[in-house]
Design a binder for this molecule. Structure first.
Ligand SMILES: NC(=O)c1ccc[n+]([C@@H]2O[C@H](COP(=O)([O-])OP(=O)(O)OC[C@H]3O[C@@H](n4cnc5c(N)ncnc54)[C@H](O)[C@@H]3O)[C@@H](O)[C@H]2O)c1
Ligand SMILES: [Zn+2]
Ligand SMILES: [Zn+2]
Length: 372
């Protein structure tokens, strides 16, 4: 049975998002129909709007959705109708990366997340009788309803029954990526220094995770002083404005170099400066969306001699269910207090919410699309 829904359509960066009626397809055996209650806005949605990623437009974006399951296909075991769920990225489940629980590096990431269709090529959404690009990150949650998949849905554990879905929604991408980069990808060791460049959602999550890991000092760098103040509240021991020669200040603080630098800005000159701060065996993790034509330049001898690593990171090496439940437990225990980043907006305010993110005023806008 098809489902009538309202979805925010993205046409590109020259037009606002508009909420329009759409129709969701019948469920396949491994799919779930989720009534969306809330969805975070991530910088990656805006990178797609700005054609920095190879996703066809127009499209229904939104990849930090949370909601309540309305129906499931007959092969679904992850959740049942009525369950509260969080959605994350999708994967194929049987490529060499998926086989070793590294689904963020799924060999078939594009068809499962960015092609605008399901991986088998069929549309999951129609508008006015024509296929609409959707299935973004296996969900497209800027909508009242989403079709999600067995592999990108996490049932909210009973321990988090009191945590509202509007707070749980954003853990499915930005928070997972920043925390996972520290705890899983770079495996930050206690007592070593880390600097985080860019304190949006991803950087703030990395800072909270660095505190959990026991890194010391934890240095935040941004060009927005209000974000730097918040970064200190969340665990940064030092904060420097990137416009005031932050690398020089970091060298003064850590003359032996840094065990880890983590870039969320995606700006190649910032990444190169950060890389230059590494101690021997240091790791430079990079996550930011960048201009597809940009390159990085590193000194070959320094790269080799210190055993340094540059690490591309997707989704913080999350394995979806186990890691999101781990983050929820950190949140419940007060170690991952990311609620400080969130401001909620109604679904109709989607363009205001995006503007608040782009101006730097709000770190994590969350759209409240339905009720629990
Ligand atoms: N690789 C992944 O899996 C993954 C997942 C989620 C997000 N992302 C990407 O990660 C990036 C960060 O996401 P976000 O949601 O935190 O974005 P954001 O825009 O909220 O944060 C970026 C921060 O960088 C700061 N900044 C800009 N220029 C700077 C400079 N020169 N020096 C220091 N700081 C500077 C900004 O003020 C901002 O606070 C985005 O590019 C996003 O697309 C990647
Ligand atoms: Zn795969
Ligand atoms: Zn994202």
């Amino acid at each position: 049975m098809t489902t009538q829904a309202q979805a925010a359509i993205c046409y590109g960066n020259d037009r606002p998002f508009t909420i329009e009626p759409v129709e969701l397809a019948d469920l396949k055996p491994d799919e779930l129909l989720v009534r969306v209650v809330a969805c975070g806005i991530c910088h990656t949605d805006l990178a797609v709007r700005d054609a920095q990623l190879p996703v066809p437009l127009p499209v229904v974006l939104g990849h930090e959705g949370a909601g309540i399951v309305e129906a499931v296909g007959n092969a679904v075991t992850v959740a049942k109708p009525g369950d509260r769920v969080v959605m994350s990225f999708n994967s194929c489940g049987d490529c060499p990366s998926c086989a070793v629980d590294a689904p963020t590096y799924c060999y078939n990431f594009y068809p499962h997340n960015w092609s605008g269709r399901r991986a088998d090529g069929t549309p999951s959404m129609m508008r006015g009788g024509e296929p609409m690009n959707a299935n973004f990150f296996g969900q497209s949650s800027f909508a009242t309803h989403a079709i999600a998949h067995e592999l990108n849905v996490v049932r909210v554990p009973d321990s988090a029954a009191q945590v509202p879905l509007e707070r749980l929604a954003p853990i499915g991408c930005g928070l997972m990526t920043g925390a996972g980069a520290v705890l899983r990808s770079m495996k930050v060791r206690a007592g070593l220094p880390i600097a985080v460049f860019g304190t949006g959602t991803v950087g703030m999550a990395a800072i909270m995770a660095a505190k959990i890991a026991g890194a010391d000092p934890i240095i935040a760098v941004d060009v927005n002083d209000e974000r730097l103040a918040l970064a200190r509240d969340l665990g940064a021991t030092h904060a420097f404005n990137g416009r005031d020669d932050a690398p020089a200040k970091i060298r003064e603080l850590c003359p032996g170099g840094l065990g880890y630098v983590f870039d969320t800005t995606g700006i190649n000159t910032v990444i190169e400066q950060a890389w230059d701060l590494l101690a021997p065996k240091g790791i430079c993790g990079i996550v930011g969306a960048s201009d597809p034509a940009d390159n990085l330049t590193f000194n070959e001898a320094a790269f080799m001699a210190g055993g340094r690593t540059v690490m591309g990171i997707l989704g913080g090496d999350s394995d979806v269910g186990p890691f999101l439940c781990e983050l929820i437990e950190h949140h419940l225990a007060g170690r991952f207090p990311y609620e400080a980043l969130i401001e909620t907006f109604s679904f109709e305010q989607i363009n205001e919410a995006i503007a608040a993110s782009e101006s730097g005023r709000v770190v994590k806008p969350v759209l409240v699309i339905g009720t629990e």
